[in-house]
Write a protein that binds this ligand. Structure first.
Ligand code: ADP
Length: 265
């Protein structure tokens, strides 16, 4: 309770200031810890491909490697440099998102049109593995979003669905029209995610399937980017999954055409 005695009041205010300061300091420490963990993670992620590139290049320079092995080493050098390129693009994407965080200006976007663009772009990767992407029948649905950001969300979710699914399987994109939102699902019949990891897959650099992520050139940042974009558009993201059965990644966005309520009709 706040005392009526001015001297005690001053004391209470002082204590409050000290408490605020302590809170600020611990918040600052937390952010500082997150920042240095992030830098450590990035350095680690870069060290691995650099070590591989250097090692294989040295072996090639030393000579005495037969042509078949040469081809294999060059392929590894190529793959690892691609991985570094992906990492740098994802890092740039994240820092761009952080810089524009509060300045996203959602506009009316046709969800179907953006999905079509994503499928056109990623279709060839799916076809290489005989994977089919099934999308809803053409039906314009307007949401509040930013077209390039929404495209990125679809590309990241579809790329994951492809990479973590067996050949010849099917990926389905569907949506539920709710009262004021649209809930979009990207479902696969892939390897799934264990229950204890479900909360963590949206964290930066968290990977469940490390080898598989590596093999597909994954950066561990795709879902962190998805979460960042969707929350800056005011939506939510989540995942339901069963190991060995498949995953259902979903996100929500505000609808543009809220239905006319019964009373105002
Ligand atoms: P990555 O580049 O490693 O795919 P993401 O941030 O996109 O990074 O995903 C984080 C981790 O979540 C992945 O390493 C993978 O273990 C898991 N994951 C993501 N999408 C799927 C999916 N559709 N099916 C199974 N596991 C997935």
């Amino acid at each position: 309770p706040i005392s009526a005695d001015p001297r005690l009041r001053a004391k209470a205010d002082g204590a409050h200031d000290v408490l605020m300061l302590v809170n600020d300091v611990s918040e600052w420490r937390r952010l500082e810890r997150m920042r240095s963990e992030f830098v450590a993670n990035v350095s680690h992620e870069l060290k691995t491909p650099i070590a591989a590139i250097r090692g294989f290049a040295e072996t090639l320079l030393d000579g005495g490697v037969d042509e078949e092995a040469q081809q294999k080493f060059l392929q590894t050098i190529y793959d690892e440099s691609m991985r570094m390129g992906n990492l740098v693009s994802d890092l740039l994407e994240l820092s761009k998102l952080e810089a524009t965080d509060s300045r996203v200006d959602p506009v009316a976007v046709d969800l179907y049109e953006v999905l079509e663009r994503a499928v056109d772009r990623i279709g060839p990767t799916a076809s290489e593995r005989g994977i089919r992407i099934v999308i809803p029948p053409r039906d314009p649905v307007q949401v509040w979003a930013e077209p390039d950001m929404l495209l990125q969300v679809f590309l990241n979710l579809l790329a994951n669905a492809i990479h973590y699914s067996p050949p010849q399987s099917t990926i389905r994109v569907t949506w539920d029209v709710l009262v004021d939102r649209i809930k979009v699902h990207v479902q696969d019949n892939g390897i799934g995610i264990p229950q204890e990891s479900l909360d963590r897959v949206f964290e930066r650099f968290y990977r469940v399937h490390k080898d598989r992520s590596r093999a597909s050139g994954g950066t561990g940042l795709g879902l962190a980017i998805v979460k960042h974009i969707i929350s800056s558009l005011g939506g939510e993201v989540g995942v339901e999954s069963e190991e060995g059965k498949g995953s259902d990644f979903w996100f929500t966005l505000s609808r543009l055409d809220r239905p006319v309520s019964a009373r105002s009709r």
